[in-house]
Design a binder for this molecule. Structure first.
Ligand code: NAI
Length: 304
């Protein structure tokens, strides 16, 4: 077994930490020496209402177990205020866990502007707002661990969740760009797609499955990715029920016509099977990998 991972002297912000996964993340960090900002707006599953009691309860749990924590009740949309709470209480920030979220599930043809906008505002814009407010501190100290919370609904698509899926994959795009911007400053940015029993999933999954999906199982991965000895960045992980795995992009070898690079639709149709054939697929990881194919074609052209 690996030696205990500790976060002594590390200041950790966990958004949406008044319940569900966020609470488990906060309790895990609290037990391991971190100083915490427990943020939660305290509304319901759909984002209606607000209350300070959810965050207060978790702060109390952490303190009574001997940990250090302060509460913040702002919406993640006001990320600067959450960061201000951390700086006022502890003077710095080391780790940002973007976890807060709500659902407004409805099929696309019935989705209102409000269903769409609210979900973008809380998930994508909220993750941006908190992370951007913390970013100067992380850059200045050349240290940071940022974790974004995506979802299988965004990665794979899911009926009735166009708003949520778009926001959750937007979060992955944000994380991927920030991982590149943070690289030279020792700021690692990773994304998790969890699956866990919570008020968000209690009406979606059957009881037998919910019993297996303990939210604290997800916190273990958050703990590792947030630790100073973990160098992973730009990763995307699925985690839940005692299973954890990394995802990556995969690209077919494709088909290239060469010469002037212009295809007719008939030619695409003719070569469709090789375009979609994943035999000997490649795994691009950086923007420049997009140019690989073009560079190969140009090299072939030069040889001709
Ligand atoms: P949850 O509903 O139990 O917890 C979410 C927490 O975020 C709540 O305590 C809520 O009050 C808080 N919150 C909501 N809006 C907020 C805002 N504007 N500002 C601050 N706090 C706010 O849900 P759960 O399952 O713990 O979800 C946590 C994260 O994991 C979410 O981002 C969710 O989308 C994501 N997720 C969860 C999955 C699951 O299987 N439970 C699956 C995939 C993603």
């Amino acid at each position: 077994m690996h030696e205990e991972l500790r976060y002594d002297d590390k200041v950790v912000i966990v958004t949406g930490a008044g319940g569900g996964l966020g609470r488990e993340h906060a309790l895990m960090f609290g037990k391991r020496g971190a100083r915490l900002v427990v943020n939660d707006l305290g509304g319901d599953r759909m984002g209606d209402g607000r209350s300070s009691s959810a965050a207060d309860r978790v702060v109390e749990e952490i303190r009574s177990a001997g940990g250090e924590a302060v509460a913040n009740y702002d919406s993640v949309e006001d990320g600067a205020r959450i960061v201000e709470t951390a700086l006022d209480a502890f003077g710095t920030i080391d780790v940002v866990i973007n976890n807060a979220g709500i659902l407004r599930d409805v099929s696309f043809h019935k989705m209102t502007d409000q269903d769409w906008t609210l979900i973008q505002n809380i998930h994508l814009n909220g993750s941006r707002a908190v992370t951007q407010a913390a970013w100067p501190t992380l850059r200045n100290k050349a240290y940071g661990r940022v974790i974004m919370t995506s979802s299988a609904a965004g990665i794979y698509g899911n009926f009735g969740q166009a708003n949520y899926a778009a926001a959750k994959l937007g979060i992955l795009g944000l994380a991927n760009a920030l991982a590149e911007e943070g690289r030279s400053r020792n700021i690692n940015v990773n994304t998790i797609a969890p699956i866990a029993a919570s008020r968000m999933t209690e009406t979606v999954f059957p009881k037998a499955l919910l019993d297996r999906l303990r939210p604290e199982a997800v916190s273990a991965l958050v703990g590792w990715l947030a630790h100073e000895s973990c160098y992973e960045t730009k990763g995307l992980f699925e985690i839940g029920a005692g299973y954890v795995a990394k995802l990556r992009w995969e690209r077919t070898c494709g088909y290239h016509l060469g010469r002037n690079g212009i295809f007719a639709p008939e030619e695409i149709a003719q070569h469709w099977n090789s375009i979609v054939d994943f035999t000997d697929a490649e795994h691009p990881t950086v923007m420049n990998d997009s140019l690989d194919a073009v560079q190969r074609i140009m090299a072939d052209d030069r040889r001709d």
